[in-house]
Design a protein around this ligand. Structure first.
Ligand SMILES: [Fe+2]
Length: 252
């Protein structure tokens, strides 16, 4: 039982920004690189901040670029994203949390089940989580022991090398998320964005990681020679014995 996930994050598309053309090219290079992979990934996840201060026009541009992907795409909402515009551009019919606006949903049918968690806050750029989202996540996880990977924008763990190590707006919100996963051993991995850098950590017992921003001008962290001028993304390979093994790729 194997699965390959490509993760892209923080593309911050904004044609009106001074670096807008570069960011469009960065995302296009990642899409082209993913499309050349053999084998193709089973799925691509985008862990948020697709557009920079999203308007419908900016999401049209994001959708135009990501529409070229040759494998299925699933997106999580970042602090810069507008849920309504994002949903219009990337409809997840039937997957949304019923009766709420939260972009939280489950994708079945892969060897590893995918769950998008919505960490957007009403009060700022940091991450948030609440009982509504916790209840929906619990309902999706309890009683279904398929191996599951969760993807979301804000990392609910400390990134010590960052100037802003903790990016949830309260310890309580992060602990609610951690507590929701407590004892659920079929949650095998958590994929995050937001930090714009490559980092690893844990959420309770679950290994977790963040992804470099696709936008080169916003990227943080140290990378090997040859990576400086290339947009970066990650490949996560799953097999039932070793779980996920991850690799950063520089798009050609
Ligand atoms: Fe971002």
């Amino acid at each position: 039982m194997q699965m390959i996930i490509a993760q892209i994050s923080d593309s911050h598309i904004d044609p009106e920004h001074p670096n807008g053309a570069d960011r469009i090219r960065d995302l296009e290079r990642c899409v082209a690189d993913i499309n050349r992979l053999n084998p193709l990934p089973d799925a691509v996840i985008h862990t948020g901040d697709l557009a920079h201060d999203g308007t419908p026009e900016k999401y049209q541009e994001v959708a135009r670029i990501l529409g070229s992907l040759r494998c299925p795409l699933h997106v999580a909402a970042g602090n810069r994203d507008d849920r309504r515009a994002l949903r219009t551009a990337f409809p997840a019919d039937g997957y949304l949390l019923p009766d709420t606006d939260f972009m939280q949903y489950t994708i079945e049918g892969y060897p590893v089940r995918l769950i998008a968690v919505d960490t957007q806050s009403e009060n700022g750029n940091q991450g948030d989580f609440c009982e509504i989202r916790a209840n929906s996540l619990r309902a999706a996880l309890v009683g279904n022991e398929t191996p599951t990977a969760i993807f979301m924008h804000h990392p609910p763990f400390e990134i010590s090398q960052s100037d802003y190590p903790f990016q949830f707006q309260s310890r309580e919100a992060a602990e609610l998320l951690t507590g929701t996963l407590d004892g659920l051993q079929h949650v095998v991995r958590i994929f995050c964005g937001h930090s714009h850098r490559d980092a690893t950590g844990r959420v309770g017992d679950v290994p977790a990681s963040t992804n470099p921003s696709v936008a080169i001008d916003l990227r943080l962290g140290e990378y090997p020679d040859g990576f400086q001028t290339a947009p970066l993304y990650q490949i996560h390979r799953f097999d039932a014995r070793d779980g996920f093994v991850s690799e950063i790729r520089a798009a050609a």
